[in-house]
Design a protein around this ligand. Sequence first.
Ligand SMILES: Nc1ncnc2c1ncn2[C@@H]1O[C@H](COP(=O)(O)OP(=O)(O)OP(=O)(O)O)[C@@H](O)[C@H]1O
Length: 330
Amino acid sequence: MSAIVEATNLSRFYGIVLGLNNVTFKIQPGITGVVGPNGAGKTTLFRLLTGQIKPSSGTLSVFGSSPWSDRNVRAQIAYCPEDEAVPANIKPQDWLIALGMISGLSASDAKTRAKAALQRVNLAPAHWNKSVHAYSKGMKQRVKLAQCLMHEPRLIILDEPMNGLDPMGREEMANVLRDLAAHGTSVVISSHILQDLEALCREFILLRWGRLPKSSNATANARASAAPANGAADPANPTAPVAPAPRHWPGETTVRCEDPARLARFFFERDLLRGCDLDEETSTLVARWRDPAAFYEKFNQHLLDSGVPIHEVSAKGSQLERAIEPPPLP
Ligand SMILES: Nc1ncnc2c1ncn2[C@@H]1O[C@H](COP(=O)(O)OP(=O)(O)OP(=O)(O)O)[C@@H](O)[C@H]1O
């Protein structure tokens, strides 16, 4: 499978400030996660990929051409920024139709595509004529995603689309993205919620201080010729299921929630736990999994099924977390 994005010694500086420094990587079709701490250069990378800013040096090609200088390439890419960008007092269907018409579609084509886009993001028609201000955060994120789909792009870039979503909203968003990838639309996504990315993506770009840490570069290159990424369509058979990649899951997860004892009981009854610690004072459960892979493959579903309101989940020692941890001081 050939790469859809290739960057070689790519740098972007803002005056003397380093945005992205001499990175080389490839992105394969499918869903790719971009991970890194604040200021690592994720948004800079997204702006470069979407042709909004020009590389300071090095080369970047998307679908074989430069997104900065080739408008045909830009027409195949969609961008969903982190900021809230949907006007509050407009109905999503009207907003999408207006955007389509501004981009040159006829009114009837814009309407057809708006409906198709809202269906693709799983927004029920009963909501299409409500103003966006009445929407939940998860529904707003899906409307943002729908505007990305209006021009039927081959690549969608999503900056923190899981921000502010509860487990159900994150699971719904993840399912929409899996479905898009299964139908041949590639996705590049950043999120601070590493468990979500680990469940969604097989390929990752790890950024730290505008650079690719050595390990991630090596991983990306070693995987460049591997089997289809998780969620990537086989071009010959776009709906064929894709084999999950082997992973190393964290054996221990800390959950801060409304009722840690009830949550522990729920996990024990399903034989998921091999042990746990409860701290009622901080409302925290530290869960040690019998089979971490079995838990993480259905991470959001398990939390939802428990019925316990969840405030925070963190997992020390996940593959991604280890990868983005800063190296120890000498
Ligand atoms: N327009 C700009 N002018 C000057 N410096 C900038 C500009 N945009 C980004 N930077 C700097 O470039 C570096 C990378 O920023 P960037 O926004 O790409 O990181 P990020 O990983 O997206 O961060 P966050 O997770 O906080 O959104 C930071 O040091 C940032 O201050």
